[in-house]
Design a protein around this ligand. Structure first.
Ligand code: PNW
Length: 471
């Protein structure tokens, strides 16, 4: 540690010296810094080594679904460039990497015969990560369901899919858990349900009835729980597992004890179909009352499975969903509407609200006594055009990250048990329905040549990691 970052260093500085702007507020020792990606968004090689089609291949190739008519066919070609990409991680100083495993590479038909060449890719990836001192954190499902699961069973509308997912999870973890010690089950159940099965804006592009949506939500939560159970019996002892959820985020509008309590109540209620049922093993009364005749059909056994104990909770944190006020109503809270003037990042849905990364982990730890939390995603898109000198001066991303990480440090300094942070994303990639039009990377990718170039935010992140304090 440099003398400048200690109190005695401060005292030793001469009368005329200016204050050192570098933060003295460090993250805990051993705090894990990483980056995150997902299979369909980066891998490409969709027809290679026996991979089967996924619902995202079908969706991306349906005219009108992707804004720039692109697809993940090639994406960033990570399947072939993974060694180069691991060097990019190393250059940042990250010691962890969250990636996802493509189910249709491992089981091209979703169930039945495994395709060993599919898992081979992840074996190579994991070995290369470990050889470079980077801990692998694997997500088992980041929305790329084998297309045959959709065709044969109706995907997550059927109870066959959670069962098949658990079998796939057992297969993968029994083979990787000698080296991969942390697994995430399902990435963002909430978005998969909402955009994939209600709004039709993500694969599989369904617009189900409210009852249909509630049933899908229940099956996805069940898939999470069945996978946790399968991992407990199939993976090496001590393997850690948890969800990676984009919780509906609730921030006290003004930090009074009453509003803080109201935000916590709102957090529990508005996540009733996801984290709340996973952590408590029951749907809240308000959730069931509101769903009425459209409530999901479930058994007591389902709820027991959904709430199988987890080792940590992963949280994808981007944007505040609600600023909350205490209210004298039945629910005990009121949601403030967003004013039209609230700022936005390049992605229109992304309203910067740095305090969200303080409050969400704090609520999760407080509500459910969670002992370990990972920020499994946080980041922003930007226009990210190279300047004439070839550099990408993404000061908007630096502004965003600096403010969020300051709030995250506020959380860890108060004992909120956040063990690590995965920046979304290592590099620009296929941003789902927005194609290549939303760039989230700290490395710029030229999608014609595949060339990767560090943006200015890569320097910011490297400096932050090196100091273990916001740069
Ligand atoms: C996440 N929202 O999606 C996904 O896990 C990533 O695959 C994705 O690339 C990344 O965030 C950036 O979009 C989200 O509207 C998309 O609140 C939208 C929202 C949240 C998460």
């Amino acid at each position: 540690m440099s003398t400048l970052s200690t109190a005695s260093g401060q005292a030793r500085r001469g009368r005329n010296s200016k204050p050192d702007p570098r933060s003295r507020a460090t993250f805990p020792n051993g705090f894990l810094w990483g980056t995150a990606t997902s299979s369909y968004q980066i891998e490409g090689a969709v027809n290679e080594d026996g991979r089967g089609p996924s619902i995202w291949d079908s969706f991306a190739h349906t005219p009108g679904k992707i804004s720039d008519r692109s697809s993940g066919d090639t994406a960033t070609d990570h399947y072939h460039r993974y060694k180069e990409d691991i060097q990019l991680m190393k250059a940042l100083g990250t010691r962890a990497y969250r990636f996802s495993i493509a189910w249709p590479r491992v089981f091209p038909e979703g169930t039945g015969a495994a395709n060993p060449k599919g898992l081979d890719f992840y074996n190579r990836l994991v070995d290369e990560l470990l050889a470079n001192g980077i801990q692998p954190f694997a997500t088992l499902y980041h929305w790329d369901l084998p297309q045959t699961m959709q065709d044969r069973f109706g995907g997550w509308t059927s109870r066959d899919t959670p069962k098949a997912f658990a079998d796939y999870a057992a297969h993968v973890t029994s083979r990787l858990s000698d080296r991969v010690r942390h697994f995430f089950t399902i990435n963002e159940c909430s978005r998969h349900v909402y955009l994939g099965h209600r709004e039709g804006a993500d694969a599989p592009g369904l617009k189900l009835s409210p009852a249909g949506v509630n049933q899908v939500r229940h099956h996805i939560a069940l898939g999470h729980g069945m996978a946790v159970q399968a991992i407990r019996t199939s993976a090496r002892a001590g393997t850690k597992v948890g969800p990676a959820e984009n919780a509906v985020s609730c921030i006290p509008a003004v930090e009074t004890p009453e509003n803080i309590r109201a935000a916590e109540i709102a957090m529990r209620e508005l996540n009733a179909g996801y984290l709340t049922v996973m952590m408590e093993g029951k749907y809240t009364e308000a959730f069931l009352a509101q769903a009425g005749k459209d409530a999901p059909k479930f058994t007591a056994e389902d709820l027991r499975i959904i709430s199988a104990p987890v080792d940590f909770v992963g949280l994808n944190v981007y944007t505040p969903d609600h600023y909350v006020l205490a209210a004298d109503n039945e629910r005990g809270f009121a949601l403030a509407p967003f004013p039209a003037s609230f700022p936005r990042m390049k992605a229109g849905w992304l309203r910067p609200g740095p305090e969200v990364i303080y409050w969400v982990p704090r609520h999760v730890a407080g509500l459910w006594n969670v002992k370990s939390i990972y920020i499994t995603e946080n980041g922003t898109s930007g226009s990210d055009q190279p300047a004439p000198d070839g550099n990408v001066y993404d000061t908007d991303r630096i502004m965003y990250l600096r403010n969020y990480l300051t709030q995250l440090q506020r959380a860890t300094s108060q004992g909120v048990p956040v063990s690590g942070y995965f920046l979304w994303s290592l590099m620009d990639n296929f941003e789902w329905g927005d194609g290549f039009e939303q760039r989230f990377g700290v490395y710029h990718v030229d999608f014609d040549t595949g060339r990767r170039t560090p943006k200015l935010s890569a320097s910011f992140y490297r400096e932050t990691i090196a100091r273990n304090a916001v740069a």
